[in-house]
Design a protein around this ligand. Structure first.
Ligand code: ASP
Length: 412
């Protein structure tokens, strides 16, 4: 029995669990919440890996890059791709929102209001200050990914600068990174159970009713995210990376399913790293760098959604928007997506930033809050797929990929 279970490739077990979870949720209804703890157990287990994995892999990865100039070329390319795709996503959200007008026919009274989350302190200065850790130990304890990346980057650069004297420390981080990859493989075996429970919970609690009144918004959110994944990322892989698109997606199935069910880019980092390294052959140095950074700042699904939701709010409340406002929305949506943490519901909090910039009432947040989770799952999948696509493309551009590994993606 056990051998039979392990004989099925993990990604197939995970997809099966996803489908079974949805069916169970619909049949069982809100009671399905009683098994949510299994999903929480799974999320806690992968979250436990995030800090040591980023820390060991990123430092080891940077040390392995060998020199600071090459680090700059990897970082520069990744940032460029992050920004271009983020802008495309935000404009796509606006285009869908203005063409389909999802808010035009909405009867506001029919929507059950959720809670309006308190907006974060999101001034530009606060955002810049939050990048620098007060104390490295504190950011590790708080699982605060962006300052942790900054700290790991600095240690990696320090190792490169120390040359021979840095080598013993680089070796320790190398060994730590390998051990953490093994621990990740153990934890990944929980995925089918976690995914099953989380999907049953979402499908059971939200059901079809909640979706009906906001169907257009939810539908457009899925459509926009699919366009980003199928058109933008596929083109990036086909034309920039010049790799087979199908093999790319087959290689990241686990990361897509885990991001979908957990709605957290951060919690998915260990899985995204495993997929890009083991299934796609991206070098450890490039994948650790791009995936860790991407999980916090590269959120195209979120950028698209922020643009779309702003138009939705403007349409519900009859706010007229000028071309200048549109430009403002794309800028604040991209910034909001960069500032959003890779955790469930982060995009919802960032709405305050975008809405405030063009005078759309914050009340809109309460209207969409009830169905945010179901949209969050899809935008997180988009965000995580984008991290993998950029990591793969940058790896190809800098000669940091072993494509022989990618071809053998079947035997994941
Ligand atoms: N949950 C998303 C993520 O982790 C962020 C968001 O809420 O849009 O990528």
């Amino acid at each position: 029995m056990l051998t039979f279970w392990f004989k099925i490739p993990l990604w197939q077990r995970v997809i099966g669990a996803l489908i079974l979870g949805i069916i169970t949720g619909f049949l069982w209804g809100p009671e399905a919440e009683s098994i949510k703890w299994i999903g929480d157990f799974f999320i806690k287990s992968i979250k436990m890996l995030v800090v040591p994995l980023i820390f060991f892999s990123l430092v080891a990865g940077i040390a392995a890059i060998g020199n600071i100039r090459k680090l700059g070329s990897v970082g520069g390319r990744a940032m460029l791709l992050f920004i271009i795709t983020g802008q495309i996503a935000a404009w796509l959200g606006l285009a869908l929102g203005s063409l389909v007008k999802p808010g035009a026919g909405v009867v506001v009274d029919a929507i059950e209001k959720g809670e309006t989350p308190k907006p974060n302190n999101t001034s530009a200065v606060d955002m810049i200050l939050s990048i620098v850790p007060d104390s490295p130990v504190q950011v590790m304890a708080d699982v605060n990914v962006l300052p942790l990346i900054v700290f790991a980057l600095l240690i990696g650069i320090g190792i490169l600068m120390a040359k021979e004297d840095g080598k013993p420390l680089a070796k320790i981080f190398d060994s730590g990174a390998i051990v953490m990859q093994k621990v990740t493989l153990i934890v990944m075996e929980l995925t089918p159970f976690g995914v099953f429970a989380l999907m049953a919970w979402v499908a059971g609690v939200l059901g079809m009713d909640a979706l009906q009144s906001l169907a257009w918004l939810v539908g457009l959110n899925y459509f926009g995210c699919l366009l980003i994944i199928l058109v933008v990322y596929s083109s990036m892989i086909k034309f920039l990376a010049k790799l087979p698109v199908i093999d790319f997606f087959r290689g990241i199935v686990d990361a897509m399913v885990v991001s979908y069910s957990t709605a957290s880019s951060n919690a998915t980092i260990p899985v995204t790293l495993k997929c890009t390294q083991r299934n796609l052959g991206v070098s450890q140095s490039v994948s650790s760098f791009v995936v860790s950074l991407g999980a916090t700042i590269n959120m195209n699904g979120t950028a698209m959604y922020l643009g779309l939701a702003t138009l939705f709010g403007a349409q519900i409340f009859g706010v007229d928007l000028s071309w200048g406002d549109y430009l403002m929305i794309t800028i604040t949506s991209t910034l909001g997506a960069i500032g959003a943490a890779g955790i469930p519901g982060a995009g919802l909090i960032m709405m305050a930033l975008v809405f405030g910039s063009v005078g759309v009432p914050l009340e809109t947040i309460a209207f969409v809050a009830g169905v945010d989770r179901i949209m969050d799952m899809m935008r997180t999948t988009t965000n995580v797929s984008g991290d993998a696509a950029v990591a793969t493309t940058v790896a190809v551009m800098t000669g940091e990929i072993d494509t022989a590994e990618m071809i053998s993606a079947d035997d994941i």
